[in-house]
Every structure is written in C-alpha cells, then in structure tokens.
Write a protein that binds this ligand. Structure first.
Ligand code: DHB
Length: 390
C-alpha cells in the first residue's frame, strides 16, 4: 500500500491527525497493535481544555462532548480542612469539560469510520524503516498476513513506550527526564458525585483527587507508593484512605462499590527534536507528564493541530523547513505543560522526609494560589489551557 501519511497509533492523537488530514484532502493509514474495543475501554483522564473541546466540535468530530460532557467553570483546592474554589469563568473567561478520554477515542473512531478512513486495529509486529528515500511501516495484519505501507511521512503517535521514537538513530535526539517518589492509586466507584466540581485535596496523609464520570460513577485517585499493588486494597481500605485525606469540617465523600483499581506511573519526560527525516512524533511518544492537572491528552491534541499544519505545508511543497518548524512550535506548549504538571504535583503531594519548612512552605503556596486573584488566575489560565493572545 502507498499512502501520504502513515500513522502509528490509533489513540486520540493518531486518529485526530488522520481526521484533520482527511479534511485537508490528505490520505493516511493508521495502525495500532491494540484492538478498537481495548482502546475504547481503557480508562484514562477525564478533563478537556476549552481549546481541545473547540477542536473536536469545530472540525466536525462530534458534539457529544457538549451534549454529554459536563462543563466545569471552576475547581476546588482543599487543604487545612477547607475548600478553596478557583473560578475559571470569572478569572479567565474559560471552562474545562469533564469528558473521558475513552469517549474522545470513541467519537474519533466513529468519525474516521464514517469517513471511510483506513484504520487498522489489532495489528502486530509494527516496525518503521526510515533508512530509504521513503519511509516504510511494516506490520502483521489481524488475519496474519504481512503488510507494508510506503508513505511520504510517518507519524509516531504510539504512546509513551513508542516504537517510532526508538527508530531515531543514536544521537539524533535528546531526552529530559524526571521521576517522582510516588504514584497514583486510581479507581472507579458506583456512587453519586461528592461535589459539583473536582476536588484536589492536600492533606497530612497525602494527596487525593475527587473527580467524576457520570451521575452514578465517580473517578478518584490518591497518592500512593510507586510499587503499590491494587489487589492489596479492598473497598474498606480504599475508602478509609480517602476519608482520612478528604473528609472533615462537615464535608464527606459519597462512597460506594469500587469497580476498577489501578496504579498509575508518575514521570516527566520530553524528547526533542520531535522529527527525524520523514518521521515525526506526537503526544506521549514525545513527552509524558505526571497526571496532576490532566494535561497529557490535551497536549497530544495540541501537538496534532500544529503537526497537521506542518504536514499540509510540507506536502504542498514548502520543503523541510515546514517539518522543522513543528518541533519549535510544539515545544513551547510542551514545556509550559511540563512545568504546570510538575508544579501542580509538587504543590499538592506529600514527600516522605519533607522538612517542617517544606511542609509549611507548601501550605503558603496553596494559600497564595487560592487566596490571591493573580495566583488563582495563573492557575485558571494554565488549567483551562493557554490561549493565543486575545
Ligand atoms: C482526572 C484526572 C486527572 O489527572 C486530573 O488532574 C483531573 C481529572 C480524571 O480522570 O477525571
């Protein structure tokens, strides 16, 4: 097969790119080693920036995010036993939407299917060869037949363990990396919402996040040790931990049966340049953020918007310069999101062995961010997503 753009990875980044290219009259083939059902049911984050929502709606992916998602005009920081709300609308005139990443995938997959897009789920042995004049993606089809796609460009949107990234020759890119001494324990609970908005709670017993999914299913997380094993946490133990970190001063989280438990890895990672020859990286393949602040998906979609423009220019004859500019344009937002995710993480989590000074300083920071209009506006602007100057 020949195509203009071969995309490795059919998550939201790969599918949005394929959709945007289609709208620009550019052919693509998308492959993923995961099955469609597997991607659709993998639980990921649930917060979309205002700009991500606009991209999905304005480019005709779906308006389900508006009709079925929940607009949140603010967020709550809870510390010292009290709730402190940050009002996004009042401060920056924006909102975020609670709309799970797996629904973003479902919408994109349905749109690509309706537009007769070539998306091959459940393939195996994906490999990229960029040594020749034109890049080639090889893989094994679901029915076992070997397949080969020759393209003008290959895009690696294949996640944090990216095969495409590993195809860059030795020395062709740099890496920046940071680890954290904790992880998140995430779970779903059959219960009504505990609060109309999300609660990021800082406590002496560690961080906890009260998020939501539907009127009857809630999503919550709490800070845990990196090696924590979900099977060692029965419902009683999970709720006792949540109560300890969140309840108090008349506030109680609503409890119910727990339906899914997992431990989420925690790291910051960036690689650049995001392009080598005819191979380009987007989303988690090029950068990972810790989950605090829910920037991962939003950043991937922002990459794809820029990448779509670079690819369109390149295929229209603008030359390599159009591809080079992708890294420069994408990285500005990548590092802002890296800083924001790192900052939210360090502001809210407890570190073993922190000094008394560090603990009090952290409270001072939370008080500054929630108690000052300028502090709160800084957070509101970052959380809802940096907009071009208006
Ligand atoms: C969710 C996840 C996050 O990392 C976050 O900061 C907010 C919400 C979620 O899954 O709902």
């Amino acid at each position: 097969t020949r195509t203009q753009v071969a995309v490795v990875g059919a998550g939201p980044a790969g599918l949005l790119l394929s959709h945007l290219l289609h709208r620009s009259g550019i052919d693509s083939v998308v492959v993923d080693i995961r099955g469609r059902e597997e991607i659709a049911t993998t639980i990921r984050a649930g917060i979309l920036e205002a700009g991500s929502v606009r991209t999905l709606v304005d480019t005709g992916v779906s308006d389900r995010v508006i009709t079925e998602g929940d607009r949140h005009d603010g967020v709550v920081f809870r510390f010292g036993g009290d709730n402190h709300r940050i009002d996004f609308q009042e401060l920056v005139g924006e909102s975020v939407w609670l709309y799970p990443q797996n629904d973003v995938f479902v919408d994109l997959a349905a749109r690509r299917e309706a537009d007769q897009g070539d998306v091959r789920y459940g393939v195996a042995d994906t490999a990229v060869d960029i040594s020749g004049e034109r890049p080639v993606v090889t893989f094994t089809e679901m029915d076992g037949r070997p397949a080969r796609i020759e393209a003008d460009l290959v895009v690696g949107a294949d996640g944090s363990r990216s095969v495409c990234r590993k195809t860059f020759p030795e020395g062709a890119r740099r890496e920046w990396f940071r680890e954290y001494p904790f992880a998140w324990f995430g779970f779903l609970a059959e219960a009504p919402p505990s609060h109309p908005e999300l609660i990021y709670a800082h406590s002496d017993h560690g961080f906890a996040l009260v998020s939501q999914r539907t009127p009857t299913v809630q999503r919550m997380y709490f800070q845990c040790a990196p090696g924590e094993r979900p099977e060692e946490w029965d419902d009683d133990r999970v709720w006792a931990e949540m109560r300890r970190r969140v309840n108090g001063n008349g506030f109680e989280i609503r409890e119910g049966p727990i339906t899914g438990k997992m431990v989420l890895p925690f790291r910051s990672f960036v690689t650049a340049p995001m392009r080598h020859g005819r191979l380009l990286l987007a989303g988690d393949a090029a950068h990972t953020v810790p989950p605090t602040g829910a920037k991962g998906l939003n950043l991937a979609l922002a990459d794809v918007k820029v990448l779509h423009e670079s690819i369109t220019d390149f295929l229209a004859g603008a030359g390599d310069r159009a591809l080079d500019s992708y890294t420069e344009r994408a990285l500005d937002r990548v590092w802002k999101a890296q800083h924001f995710s790192y900052w939210m993480t360090t502001m809210l989590h407890s570190v073993d062995g922190a000094s008394d000074f560090d603990i009090e300083r952290q409270r001072g920071e939370l008080s500054l961010v929630t108690g000052s209009r300028h502090g709160a506006a800084y957070l509101a602007e970052a959380y809802t997503g940096w907009q071009p100057a208006r």
